[in-house]
Design a binder for this molecule. Structure first.
Ligand code: FE2
Length: 213
């Protein structure tokens, strides 16, 4: 081979090698670096038992919060009736707030050395919130389901906040009290007021006068 041809061949080889290196290596598999349920402790001055207690509790709150968050989106899409517009917006606002809680809870689980639950199938297996039907339901039924879900979360969050305090995990106690409990309580108020039977046009007394009673 002439020196010129050899030089061209080397150059082509170099280019081919270069493009090989830039190729993504697909379909990779390996063992998990941390199994679900195990703690990989970080230096946060909390003992492993405290971390484990909080991680278990927070994963339950996480599954239930993800379920409630998704129920808000379901109702945001499926709502019907004269209050469609206001509820369509309110449901989405609450969805956004619950979504922020999901991220805060999941990231706290990680910083405690745990593994956050993440995928829908795992959430479905873990949550204690009853599954709604796939079809559309009336507004009072939608709101009742949401209120029930909020109450499940509030009840467990209060018990878990006390437990976090007992094991010395003040950060988890604060997240549960300041974020989970307060947000859920406020959302309950905004929803529950929609189930008060007040007349839309005439107050009760005026109605009675009009009907001659
Ligand atoms: Fe939307």
């Amino acid at each position: 081979m002439s020196p010129r041809k050899e030089e061209t061949r080397t150059r082509i080889n170099q280019l081919e090698e270069g493009s090989q290196r830039a190729k993504p290596i697909l379909h990779q598999h390996a063992r998990e670096i941390q199994p679900y349920g195990k703690i990989a402790k970080l230096p946060i001055a909390l003992d492993e038992t405290a971390c484990e207690t909080s991680v278990n509790n927070l994963n339950q709150i996480l599954a239930d919060t993800m379920t409630l968050r998704d129920m808000y989106k379901k109702h945001h899409w499926q709502v019907a009736g004269v209050t469609f517009y206001q509820l369509h917006l309110l449901y989405d606002k609450h969805y956004g707030e619950q979504d922020e809680l999901v991220d805060s809870v999941a990231e706290r689980i990680q910083l405690l050395g745990g593994v956050s639950i993440a995928m829908a199938a795992d959430v479905a297996e873990t949550t204690i919130i009853p599954r709604p039907p796939r079809g559309r339901e009336e507004v009072p039924v939608q709101i009742s389901r949401l209120l029930e879900a909020h109450e499940f979360i509030l009840k467990e969050a209060r018990a878990m906040a006390r437990q976090a305090s007992e094991v010395g995990d003040d950060g988890t106690n604060d997240l549960l009290v300041s974020d989970i409990i307060r947000t859920n309580e406020l959302q309950v108020w905004f929803l529950a007021e929609h189930l008060v039977a007040v007349p839309l046009l005439h107050p009760e007394q005026a109605k009675a006068a009009l009907s001659g009673r």
